[in-house]
Design a protein around this ligand. Structure first.
Ligand code: FAD
Length: 465
């Protein structure tokens, strides 16, 4: 009576329903991870360390984390047959790739008389659970969030197993997967910023709940001193259970910070819900009229955006934070994304793809839904004609320029009054700060007024049909 746990978006031992059910069955347990080949470069770095941490925790409890590469629909039934497994347990996953894999796997396992059990683990609710009065799924965040609060997040916590009666089998060596870059190794900033794995996730949560959560409502928009939880990569890889985060945060009181944070957790839930309704959320606009949007072909502009060389300081700071640390502050993500799709008229899918490769929290649901939100083609999106002015955004959310100074050191000596728009600064001030526009720091890749007008004209074209 052996069972098999297939880890994928749930790389943790605590409050892991699939693992719990398998251990509760009482027999030997095989623990398997199959490489997700779709991960971007930064996510692969994270995955390596997260799997290493999970493997160590499992080994300390008497189990073995088996690593395999290939098609789950072939690997799992074969391994299950070899090991005499009668039940397979996994977390539910909502990405279209996993949904079709699960259907095929279910059929393949049934042919061997093996049951596939999928558990609620990666989200607070099953996506089909939160429905409108008429039984449909929500397309707008506020009523969705109210329905989630009304439904109530189940207060369940399953302890990590103390011992795992593990089954051994041949496994790949993690290092042979070559998930870490070597030449060059660009991960130094990521190593300094993050501790992938369940212990790192719990430490991050504790640190946030011990203080910053109370000031979250005000601090969450200031990129220089981020008062946010920085939990997104841990949440993406399932190193911490979403309902555990919810209840630990809710226990921190009734204050505005706590309430705002809980609502933010529901944006993650809403993104999952949108992905469930729109499986091609990464590529196809939810509002169909955007399929005819007159985007520009601008490979050079895309490149300077990716490199953080647009000449717009807050955009460049954000893109460099992303490159160095694998993460970018949410406010700055919105500014950078808006600049790409509006001022530069570059398709949001190109931005989504870059974020997919460079974010450690790259997530099909959150990334796809957020890009569509910024681009104005999402379900409950910011209207396209509302165009962020990156200079005003910088002045409002980085008033002393500390964020820009950190990531764009060539502007560090500029006074706060002109750091967000150096092209408007007095030449003597630029000279004094050692800034030579067009040499030490680029001139803006596009004039902000010109970009704004061009974007509005393009939008007018699709509105007119
Ligand atoms: P906190 O503010 O502390 O929020 C707590 C948690 O709530 C986060 O960890 C995250 O799981 C969730 N959350 C918060 N805001 C959002 C949101 N708007 N959408 C979905 N979940 C949210 N988030 C990702 O996890 N992966 C992505 O690939 C991703 N791509 C994005 C792309 C763009 C263009 C934009 C504008 C936003 C994107 N986000 C993405 C959402 C958001 O920026 C991050 O979740 C957030 O910055 C993570 O930092 P944090 O953990 O400190 O967040």
């Amino acid at each position: 009576n052996a069972t098999l746990v297939w880890f994928r978006n749930d790389l943790r031992l605590a409050d892991n329903p699939a693992l719990h059910a398998a251990c509760a069955a009482g027999g030997k347990v095989a623990l398997l991870y199959i490489l997700d080949e779709r991960a971007g470069a930064a996510s692969r770095w994270w995955l390596h360390h997260s799997l290493a941490a999970l493997g160590r925790e499992i080994a300390a409890r008497g189990g073995h984390l088996l690593l395999r590469r290939g098609d789950p629909v072939e690997i799992i039934p074969k391994l299950a047959a070899e090991l005499g497994v009668s039940e397979v347990h996994a977390a539910r996953a909502y990405e279209p790739f996993w949904r079709s894999t699960d259907r095929a796997l279910d059929t393949a396992l049934k042919a061997h008389g093996i049951a596939l059990h999928r558990h609620l683990s990666a989200s607070l609710f099953p996506p089909e659970r939160i429905t409108t009065k008429t039984g449909g799924l929500y397309g707008v965040f506020t009523p969705f969030s109210k329905a989630c609060f009304a439904a109530g997040v189940p207060d369940i916590f399953l302890r990590a197993p103390e011992r795992i009666n593990g089954l051994a089998a041949p496994s790949d060596a993690l290092k042979d997967w070559r998930l870490l870059p070597t030449k060059p190794d660009w991960t130094g900033g990521m190593r300094a910023a993050w501790t992938p794995g369940e212990a790192g996730a719990n430490a991050r949560l504790k640190e946030f709940l011990d203080g910053p959560i109370q000031r979250y409502a005000e601090a969450r928009d200031i990129p220089a001193h981020p008062g946010t939880a920085k939990l997104s990569p841990h949440a993406h890889f399932g190193e911490i259970s979403p309902r555990y985060v919810w209840h630990r945060a809710a226990a921190c009181g009734e204050g505005k910070g706590v309430q705002t944070f809980l609502k933010e957790l529901l944006w993650r839930e809403f993104s999952i819900n949108l992905l469930w309704q729109h499986p091609d959320i990464r590529t196809a606009p939810i509002r169909p009229e955007f399929a005819a949007f007159p985007w520009a072909e601008a490979p050079q502009a895309l490149r300077v955006w990716q490199l953080g060389q647009t000449g717009i300081p807050i955009v460049d700071a954000g893109m460099r934070e992303l490159w160095q640390t694998g993460w970018m502050h949410n406010r700055v993500r919105m500014i950078c994304a808006s600049f790409l799709v509006k001022h530069l008229l570059i398709p949001w899918q190109a931005g989504e793809a870059w974020f997919w490769d460079t974010l450690v929290d790259a997530d099909e649901a959150a990334n796809g839904a957020s890009w569509q939100w910024v681009a104005g083609c999402g379900a409950d999106a910011a209207p396209y004609f509302r165009i962020f002015n990156p200079v005003l955004q910088g002045q409002k959310f980085d008033p002393d320029g500390a964020y820009v100074r950190r990531y764009v050191p060539e502007l560090a000596k500029l006074p706060a009054a002109c750091i967000h728009a150096p092209w408007e600064a007095d030449p003597a001030i630029l000279a004094h700060a050692g800034v030579r526009l067009g040499q030490s720091y680029p001139r803006p890749v596009i004039g902000l007024t010109e970009g704004r007008e061009r974007a509005l004209a393009a939008y007018g074209a699709i509105k007119a049909g």
